[in-house]
Design a protein around this ligand. Structure first.
Ligand code: NAD
Length: 267
């Protein structure tokens, strides 16, 4: 790939949760576009594997092992990435997961944990990276991964939906506060994406084919990586506070699409 169109040659990126899936795709595509990449993951093998993948593109790839949900660890982990790469221009946060439970059964501890692993850690990490950029008077790009569940109700995973909705809102506030300093902040909004944790089984394929997802199939981690690359790069130089939908048209569809209604009515 000729990466020059992205304006990312020699830029330095940190991918939090970069050890597999969407993070791996993001790290690899950023490297192919010319970035040196720090791959932060709680799993040393995953971080090491993707850092090696980055190095195979000819760029610097370094693993950073840290639990990003521990706010006492975050500043040190980000400082390590900055030290090893000589600064940071891009940060991508991938980590996030949903607790599936009826609202009535969600404990306060579970609620807080879901807020941390989807929203609070991003607040901590984005502030740390932005503080460093502001101190050095440098521009930068921050990209997080939200979800369609932050745009619609999330029954039986409400704490996740609330956190992802908060993420989409926080991105707008950060973009507004830091825009005049050249720091852009955006979110990618995945729909149903085939990942190591959510593989594209026959059952899943059938469910998505018979759903309002416009394209009728799940996306890939590279579909997310491409959107991350776009937002991280100069291709998105006038895009900030934005949500980029990568949902195969899920949010464009409607439950009352007669093709997918169990009760048949005339079209
Ligand atoms: N798969 C989908 O259809 C879908 C849809 C909407 C949104 N999303 C979002 O996409 C993102 C990625 O989801 P995924 O299932 O591919 O991720 P994942 O569970 O595969 O995790 C990505 C990486 O993050 C690492 N990680 C997990 N906890 C960590 C921690 N505390 N500190 C450091 N690293 C940690 C993991 O080891 C892994 O390598 C999430 O934010 C999720 O909410 C996924």
């Amino acid at each position: 790939m000729d990466g020059s169109i992205f304006g990312l040659e020699g830029k330095r990126a940190l991918v939090i949760g970069g050890g597999r899936g969407m993070g791996e795709s993001s790290a690899r595509l950023l490297a192919q576009a010319g970035c040196d990449v720090a791959v932060l993951d709680v799993d040393p093998d995953r971080a090491g594997h993707v850092a090696e993948e980055v190095r195979m593109t000819g760029r610097r790839g370094i693993p950073v092992i840290a639990d990003i949900l521990d706010e006492t660890v975050t500043p040190g982990a980000i400082a390590k990435a900055e030290e090893e790469l000589g600064g940071l221009d891009v940060m991508v946060t991938i980590v996030g997961q949903a607790l599936f439970k009826p609202l009535m059964d969600v404990t306060i501890e579970e609620w807080d944990y879901d807020q941390n692993r989807n929203l609070r850690y991003f607040f901590v990490a984005a502030r740390a990276v932005a503080a460093s950029l502001l101190k050095r008077g440098k521009p930068g790009s921050i990209v997080c991964i939200a979800s369609v569940d932050g745009l619609q109700g999330a029954p039986f995973h409400a704490s996740y939906g609330a956190a992802k909705s908060g993420l989409i809102h926080l991105v707008k506030s950060m973009a507004s506060e830091w825009g005049r300093n050249g720091i852009r902040v955006n979110a990618v909004v995945p729909g149903t994406i085939s990942t190591p944790r959510l593989p594209d089984t026959d059952e899943m394929r059938e469910a998505v084919a018979n759903s309002p997802v416009a394209l009728g199939y799940s996306g890939t981690t590279d579909d997310i990586g491409k959107a991350v690359l776009f937002l991280a790069s100069d291709m998105a130089s006038y895009t900030t506070g934005s949500t980029v939908m990568v949902d195969g048209g899920w949010m464009a569809g409607n439950l009352f699409d007669p093709r997918f209604m169990r009760i048949k009515h005339k079209i």
